[in-house]
Design a protein around this ligand. Structure first.
Ligand SMILES: [Zn+2]
Length: 70
């Protein structure tokens, strides 16, 4: 199976470089975002991923939720 990574928002194709984000939902990747489509919150998500945490979303007060990767 060939895994073609495309931006979930604009459909641009990932060519192996750039600050792309994986969209994670309930611990599973559900989509991808190119640098042009990322929001501030999504950039935070990328930083959390780099820190070795799973980004879980935000609670109803806008706080970011993350849990440790194992
Ligand atoms: Zn895009």
């Amino acid at each position: 199976m060939t895994d073609i990574v495309k931006c979930t928002r604009c459909g641009r194709r990932y060519r192996g470089h750039g600050e792309w984000n994986v969209v994670v939902s309930a611990g599973r990747p559900t989509g991808y975002l190119c640098p042009g489509c990322q929001t501030t919150e999504e950039n935070v998500e990328a930083v959390i991923n780099e820190a070795g945490l799973h980004y879980m979303g935000a609670d109803n007060q806008g706080r970011l939720i993350a849990r440790q990767k194992r």
